[in-house]
Design a protein around this ligand. Sequence first.
Ligand SMILES: [Zn+2]
Length: 329
Amino acid sequence: MHLGEVIEQRVAVRTLQRAAAAGTVAHAYLFHGDRGVGKKTTAMSFAHQILCRNRTGCGSCPECLKLSRGNHPGLRALEPEDGTIKIEQIRSVQSQVQYAQEHHLIWIIDDAHRMTPEAANSFLKLLEEPPAYIVFILVTDHLEQVLPTIRSRCQVIAFTRLSDAAVAEALRAKAANGGSTQDDGQKIELVAKMAQGSIGRALELWESPLVDRRRWVLEQLINIPDMDLYEVLGLSHRWEEDRSLVALDLTLILQWYRDLWCLKEGLERQVVNMDYLHELSESCKKYPKSSLEQITKTIIDLHGQLERNARIRFMMANLLVQIRKGVFA
Ligand SMILES: [Zn+2]
């Protein structure tokens, strides 16, 4: 495993590769960017390259063999327990840094923004006087929630969204592994567009009942402008109250109204649901732009509420009514 295997992220990879080759590895890095774009993979690859006897992540030296078996003492990981990284966990890191007096010790700290204030302060002390051989790699998709004092002591490395082509390539590899079927091509294209540059998100969508569900959801959205409010409420009542399914539904619904907005703005090339272009064009005539923006905003809000245990049926009823009321009077 080495940095050359990381998908895209050329700026990050070049920076890290240079540091590994020149022996100028920093004490602390902060990798940030959207989830599922390769931050942890890059952290692991970087760690392999630092620990490898040949500094290349060769895969065959004794260090690399230990790494591939997952029992190299120089690579350790920390992640939230029950939602947060606690001060006890940081104290445990502190007590283990002795090891770094003679050997490289790399800590990958995932979801670093989830440190409690006590943990963050304790960690800060560790950053202020790091032992010579220690390397912290903090990983987060919420940079703004990391203490500025921690941020300023790390080399901050930004990860960008991947191209649709890279996401599609990863999906193609997955499909090939799983014994590809004929309609995978279309599914790959759709999922790659919906994943917005995140392989993590793409893999979740891939495993979801996407194709059939999408057909059903879009059918409802196409019909809503012609329903009366009574029928819309009936539809919300029939909506399944499965949280992960509703999360998928909201992604599909959001994409539909974004597509309508794109058509309004003359941005046809950015439309994701291209196979529904005719239906989109018809629906587009029924909504003013302001409604589309309002609906989009509501869907994004609901997505956030869904994680906080909102009442799903009530939530869907509100959304569907808003969608119905949004059409031209
Ligand atoms: Zn090696």
